[in-house]
Design a protein around this ligand. Structure first.
Ligand SMILES: [Zn+2]
Ligand SMILES: [Zn+2]
Length: 159
């Protein structure tokens, strides 16, 4: 089975989208991470790409191609990579859960949950084009100290 990131590169090749070094670096920086522009800029600097203008242009391009999307956690924009065909997380449909202590963000890639919402009576006959849900809150056995430790936060174990 192909890894999601390899699937993504295949999709780009199939659509004749040029995978430049910088586009590849952006995709790699976002694999498994939801980053603010500031975080992404920092990650890109470490990879040798310093020009924020060209990073921004490539981000725009990848968003137009629906390879990257945006998710707002506590009003802050985070860039988010759209994963492979098997995923229910697309540019226009995603559910995220965020722990309010450390703002860790995880994707809820659960078909049943998406179906439950889409098939709900309220949306009967409604053609859903976009569904972006962010659930913020405290972990079970809420303990701010343990949530600061990556492995102790409940949200970290959902991925
Ligand atoms: Zn996401
Ligand atoms: Zn937590």
């Amino acid at each position: 089975m192909m890894k999601p990131i390899e699937e993504l590169y295949q999709k780009l090749r199939d659509e004749n989208i040029r995978i430049t070094q910088q586009r590849r670096a952006i995709i790699e920086a976002l694999a498994g991470n939801h980053l603010t522009l500031q975080d992404l800029h920092l990650a890109m600097k470490l990879k040798g790409f310093r020009n924020l203008g060209t990073i921004y242009n490539n981000l725009d391009f990848l968003m137009d191609q629906k390879i990257i999307t945006e998710v707002y956690i506590k009003g802050k924009k985070h860039y988010d990579l759209v994963m492979g065909k098997e995923s229910h997380h697309t540019a226009d449909q995603h559910i995220h859960l965020s722990c309010s202590v450390n703002n860790r963000i995880v994707e809820i890639d659960d078909k049943d949950l998406f179906d439950l919402i889409k098939n709900h009576e309220i949306f009967k006959g409604f053609n859903i084009n976009k569904m972006q849900i962010v659930v913020e809150g405290e972990c079970p056995n809420y303990d701010p100290k343990s949530c600061k430790i990556t492995s102790a936060c409940h949200v970290a174990h959902l991925t």
